[in-house]
Design a protein around this ligand. Sequence first.
Ligand code: 13P
Length: 341
Amino acid sequence: MMTAELDTIAQKMVADGKGILAADESSSTIKKRFDAIGVASTEDNRRDYRELLFRSSEAMKKYISGVILFDETIRQKAKDGTPLVTLIAEAGAIPGIKVDAGAKPLPFCPGETITEGLDGLAGRLKEYYDLGARFAKWRAVIDIGAGIPSYTAIRTNAHALARYAALCQEAKIVPIVEPEVLMDGDHDIARCYEVTEFVLKETFQELYYQRIRLEGMVLKPNMIVPGKKSAKKASVEEVAEKTVRLLKSCVPSVVPGIAFLSGGQSDEEATAHLDAMVKLGGLPWKLTYSYGRALQAAPQKAWSGKAENVAAAQAAFTHRARMNSLAALGQWSAAEEKKAA
Ligand code: 13P
């Protein structure tokens, strides 16, 4: 195994003041996002939209360490014929690829899912490496509800994540290990803590069984937050304190970095939470962002499918990326947000 190569890529993914742009929405998810802004989800529109992000040179050069792509995008060319992967690499960012095949119903576990995509993965990883990908992502989904998650769902998903991670490392690709505990329910923050703890402990146990080199991976977890429908809200300080306490108890310190998902938090919440965690200090790993919605909601709205809005969309993307970069350094403030908006 090329351990030095893996470690170097993982460290670059979580470099100071930089984070990951999750632009790997599947065809059905990007359609949902485009529906919301009245844009038809055609191959050209998807290309135009992603091209505008990757051509946002200030954001890409200063604040984005890597971009997670969908299979279609890693093969797509910009309008002028340049491969989109080349645009990303020329900005100094690392191209990455989503390799899971989505969350499918888990037998005997109503309402729960198992993420599929292990069959043939070794071959696909080889192809993605040749197309320029140096890291990958696999998302396991754990839902909280009445009587769930089951141990079956937690264990099965952790096992699949670890099998994926092993195949990645063997292919010289850094795995982003993403066990996402959803924030959709009405559960309180304590329940999110308890479930995420179980999920992370199980995940690291499986990573150990599959002989994963922890120095050559990046963890992408949810933050510890109450469910969206919970009546009990949590302060930024409480989210930061609980998330860091939990991660310290579950994530070995040789893991180079933790890049959070935004999971449905508002743009500013996702930024404020990250900033507050970094400000706590004394962390054994880097903390940064691997946001999809919290980096893209603003540029999507500004763009709305119109060529004349490209500059405004790029400005909106650059602003969000800069705010999250400041947060990853523990230098963000609400005043900074308003000043630059
Ligand atoms: P969100 O930040 O929108 O949760 O997306 C990140 C991601 O890649 C989910 O798999």
